[in-house]
Ligand binder design. Structure first.
Ligand SMILES: N=CN[C@@H](CCC(=O)O)C(=O)O
Ligand SMILES: [Mn+2]
Ligand SMILES: [Mn+2]
Length: 314
């Protein structure tokens, strides 16, 4: 595992005033933070994708996400920080996940809201490790995990992969006597075998399929999200970009034939951001080598911008 310092943020510059502000001018190194804000932390890993027999390349996801964020116009000044990357090397995913967890917990301890830039969806277990510690081990508050994803990622495997994260979280929550609150938006019926649907039902997972998330049904989707968020105290929101249609998000290991429209994904994200309960957000599975015109990175950056600029606290 290697810790990598944040890169310099650069991009188009239209002038020095607040009316010209873009992300690249607002982001400061996390080590220079003098007040609480949003802390970006990269998880440069695709070892979980490799172990899951997927198409590797997500290790370059954090750099591509920063490049897509850098030129975005920022209409309200925000405290934005970059904590650099945790990079998985020597195929030692478990060590990298522990290190990312430490970074997330440290950011939370300093009053920051963490946004983790993946990485394959093995980022889920890594971020959760930090959240678990950041919320306090003896917590009585209930945690809800809301995953926007075509997949349950509840696989039983000999080793952690990009497809096991939420089964790992379920087992850890249950080992500590806590109920497992997990909801998924965008499940593909053909992308998950019967074993995974059975496991989801046994674990009481709430989910909507991609078909149920068609744009005309957006209010029903938002009711589902509001009900889930209201049933817990803290929410971990994770966006696996393969939930989006392949023509919107081609740069992922497993592109979606149908997927959830970006307008619906954005509405879900806005709803959670406005809830005051969001404790952690991450974006997973961006594979820049497969991304046509940076489409996937662009849509991901837009969702990150929504969270960073619209998140409310209770
Ligand atoms: N991160 C998880 N990915 C999916 C991959 C499915 C596929 O490659 O078709 C999973 O394990 O189910
Ligand atoms: Mn996933
Ligand atoms: Mn997925």
């Amino acid at each position: 595992m290697i810790r990598v310092d944040p890169p310099e943020w650069t991009g188009r510059d239209d002038g020095p005033g607040p009316e010209h502000l873009r992300w690249h001018r607002a982001v400061l190194p996390l080590s220079a933070a003098d007040r609480p804000g949003t802390a970006l932390i990269g998880f440069a890993s695709d070892e979980g994708v490799r172990r899951n027999n997927g198409r590797t390349g997500a290790v370059e996801g954090p750099a591509a996400l920063r490049r897509a964020l850098a030129p975005l116009a920022l209409h309200t000044p925000a405290a934005l920080y970059d904590g650099g990357d945790v990079r998985v090397d020597d195929r030692d995913l478990e060590k990298g996940q522990a290190a990312l967890g430490e970074s997330v917990a440290a950011a939370m301890g300093n009053g920051h809201f963490p946004i983790v830039l993946g990485g394959g969806h093995e980022v889920a277990w890594a971020g959760y490790l930090g959240l678990d510690r950041g919320l306090g081990a003896d917590r009585t508050r209930t945690l809800g995990v809301l995953n926007i994803d075509a997949h349950f990622d509840l696989r039983e495997e000999r080793v952690p992969t990009s497809g096991t994260g939420f089964r790992q979280i379920a087992e850890n929550e249950q080992a500590h006597g806590r109920p497992f609150h997990y909801a998924v938006v965008g499940i593909s019926e053909t992308g998950n075998t019967g074993v995974l649907f059975d496991r989801a039902h046994r674990l009481g997972v709430r989910y909507l399929t991609d078909t149920e998330c068609a744009p005309p049904a957006v209010e029903r989707v938002l009711d589902f999200v509001r009900e889930f968020v209201a049933s817990v105290d803290d929410v971990y929101l994770t966006l696996d970009l393969d939930a989006l249609p392949a023509w919107v998000a081609p740069g992922v290991s497993a592109p979606a034939a149908l997927g959830v429209a970006p307008e619906v994904v954005q509405a879900v994200i806005d709803t959670v951001a406005a809830s005051g309960r969001l404790a952690l957000f991450d974006v997973a599975e961006l594979n820049p080598a497969l991304d046509a015109d940076g489409r996937t990175a662009r849509v991901a950056a837009r969702m990150i911008d929504r969270i960073a600029t619209r998140r409310s606290t209770l």
